[in-house]
Design a protein around this ligand. Structure first.
Ligand code: PRX
Length: 630
């Protein structure tokens, strides 16, 4: 990295930041990893506990089905908890948690291990075995982390469904994963209201044949339906003798599955990305250690939702593997007032804040007085993830929140990558809106349509050219799709689905998705999910959804709908359709705008030309229309 004479606007880190950083030897790290990335990851892996050391770091004999730490035996939950309980970290806080209503709870490493062991034994007593799937559907509460860790401990595969999803989304994921157990909360506090999680689960469960037991965590205490023989209270089970403290640890192969997480792709239904115990563990442990520079005394806050990959990697597994103290907050950033986040940073002395551009833009809108009223001097590092951060929001975050002393780690990665892939480290000079460079050992490039690297500043397909430990292993039950979706456009190279450019200093700039994925407030949705929800309404014959730029959410959803014969266009119907999508997929998928139309632009083979809809909505030239049907 040559940091002299960088082009554009550059922000340099202070000497104190560089001196403290775990990555103070950044240049050496990059060189070591680029000379031999297997050795780099092996060195990182040695910081973790293995019941048996691996025989081989990387097995690439069946590309693209790469295997990492082959022959190694470990368990990620053991590394997250037991390892620390044996040391001075035994009574260190693992989690501090604040509910939206002001409730407070905290867990030492000792307590978190105890609760996890107890719950693992509850799951075992319900017949959950290694390899069984368990779905979790809750708000941001500690039991979500306990549930995930308990699954990992006994080798069950967890599938967390984001609490903002609704009936059909939950039902589909329960069916596809063939989950044996569903763990749900009675409800969640969000913006002062209660999200009826159990009620949604009841509806989804009516058609989910494989679920034998539904365990209910009491969070809100409102009356709910409990179906006898199926539903059981978490706290009642945890009080029984079966919920013993016995370790009951399953020793896992490095390549045994840890979790699956559904995410939206180019076409069709969401697919489950599969991650494993060994490689994923090494990847999230070391990326967090270096990028967010975790030190013993830190209080780290990742404000994402555990229901998405950011929460899996950097609320639950990454921080615990590092023995960190994390803060978790249940509710909305501006509830009851726009200073909620800032007041908690002051109250708990948070040192590291990791959030999404959409949240930053949303809070920026309320003005500087709200954060300025609080002492934010504990902050040392800031982070951003989920979508490109516009320079204006970056600078506000840097100046008003970080007081011009906190570098911003703009981390680019995906559900599939499991860990940070393009990211600064605390000593790297920053350019607002750029995630800087690939993490050491990660080889990325930007290709044109023919698979040739593009010139400086030219836009192209962002690709990954070497394997990495936390990489997706396959799509659950669909290895062919794994190959066709990620490894086929450019053989042997992983296709991210994003477009990007690289400037003359080698800084990467992400432009956005090139497929039919829409990022709404950083959440990943497929046009197909929104369209199939619309088409499931009796009034809808055909539908097309697109994402259009939105000041706060990054993208807003616009939908175009053709009604069936016999249905009249009306404002009332438009509203009904919006609510229908909310009920089927979840409130985040509700179109911002629905237009009732008489036809949709299609190719001769009947494919909807979303780019034409997009261009029309933006008043732009739709480009080549030669394939458009008359
Ligand atoms: O388009 C990129 C965008 O989010 C996509 C991945 O979404 P998901 O799997 O839900 O994971 C989000 C959290 C890791 C990417 O393909 N994206 C993620 N981080 C950034 C980003 N776009 C620009 N800058 C980022 N820092």
């Amino acid at each position: 990295m040559n940091t002299n004479g960088l082009s554009g606007e550059v922000f340099y880190p202070s000497k104190e930041i560089i001196k403290k950083a775990n990555s103070k030897n950044y240049t050496d790290m990059v060189k070591f990893a680029s000379d031999d990335f297997e050795e780099f990851w092996a060195k990182e892996a040695k910081n973790l506990h293995w019941f048996k050391k691996w025989d081989k770091v990387l097995d690439d004999s069946q590309k693209p089905f790469y295997k990492w730490f082959v022959g190694g035996k470990t368990n990620i939950a053991y590394n997250c908890l037991d390892v620390h309980v044996k040391t001075y970290r035994r009574n260190k806080l693992a989690f501090l948690w604040e509910g939206e209503n002001g409730d407070f709870r905290s867990f030492s490493y000792f307590a978190l291990r105890r609760e996890t062991c107890k719950f693992a034994n509850v799951l075992k007593s319900l017949g959950v075995k290694k390899g069984d799937r368990v779905t979790l559907y809750m708000g941001r509460i500690p039991e979500l982390a306990i549930g995930m860790l308990a699954c990992a401990r006994i080798g069950a595969i967890h599938s967390v469904v984001y609490g903002g999803f609704s009936v059909e989304a939950l039902h589909e994921r329960l069916e596809d994963s063939q989950s044996k157990v569903l763990i749900v909360a009675d409800g969640a506090f969000q913006r002062g209201k209660i999200v009826q999680l159990k009620q949604i689960a009841d509806e989804a469960l009516q058609r989910a044949a494989t679920v034998e037991s539904c365990l209910v965590v009491k969070r809100t205490g409102q009356p709910i339906n409990m179906e006898s023989g199926r539903d059981m209270w978490y706290h009642e089970l945890m009080a029984l003798p079966i919920a013993s403290n016995n370790s009951n640890l399953e020793i896992m192969d490095a390549e045994d599955p840890l979790f699956m997480l559904y995410t939206s792709g180019t076409t069709g239904k969401p697919k489950a990305i599969l991650h494993t115990h060994g490689g994923y563990m090494v990847g999230v442990y070391s990326t967090l250690k270096y990028v967010f520079d975790i030190h013993e005394e830190d209080r780290y806050w990742c404000a994402a939702d555990p229901g998405w990959i950011t929460g899996h990697s950097y609320i639950v597994y990454g921080p615990l593997l590092n023995g960190a103290t994390s803060f978790m907050y249940e509710g909305a950033p501006s509830y009851p007032y726009p200073n909620r986040w800032w007041s908690m940073i002051e109250k708990y002395g948070i040192n590291i804040l990791y959030t999404a551009p959409t949240a930053i833009r949303g809070l920026m809108r309320f003005g500087d007085a709200w954060p300025n009223r609080h002492d934010l001097s504990s902050l040392r590092l800031l982070g951003s993830v989920g979508e490109p951060i516009n320079p204006e929001a970056w600078k506000w975050y840097y100046k008003i929140i970080g007081k011009e002393k906190c570098p911003i780690m703009d981390t680019w990665w995906q559900t599939e990558t499991g860990m940070f892939m393009i990211t600064p480290m605390p000593g790297v000079p920053l350019k607002p809106g750029s995630g800087t460079f690939p993490f050491p050992g990660i080889v990325m490039d930007i290709f044109d349509e023919n698979g040739e690297p593009v010139a400086v500043n030219e836009e192209g397909f962002l690709v990954i050219k070497s394997p990495w430990p936390a990489m997706v292993r396959t799509i659950y039950k669909d290895p062919d799709k794994y190959v066709s979706q990620y490894w086929s456009k450019f053989p042997g190279v992983y296709l991210t689905g994003d477009s990007a450019r690289r400037d003359k200093d080698g800084y990467y700039w992400i432009i956005g998705r090139v497929d039919d994925v829409i990022k709404v407030s950083g959440y990943r949705l497929g046009t197909a999910e929104i369209e199939s929800a619309l088409v499931s309404h009796p009034a809808v014959a055909e539908a097309a959804a697109i994402g259009l730029p939105h000041e706060i959410k990054g993208h807003a959803i616009f939908a175009y709908v053709i009604l069936r014969n016999g249905f009249e266009k009306s404002e009332h119907l438009v509203e009904e359709l919006r609510l229908h999508v909310g009920h089927e997929v979840g409130p985040i998928a509700k179109p911002d705008h629905i237009e009732l139309v008489d036809s949709l632009p299609k190719t001769r083979s009947g494919k909807i030309m979303r780019r034409v809809l997009k261009a029309k909505a933006l008043g732009q030239d739709p480009g080549n229309l030669s394939t458009l049907e008359e």
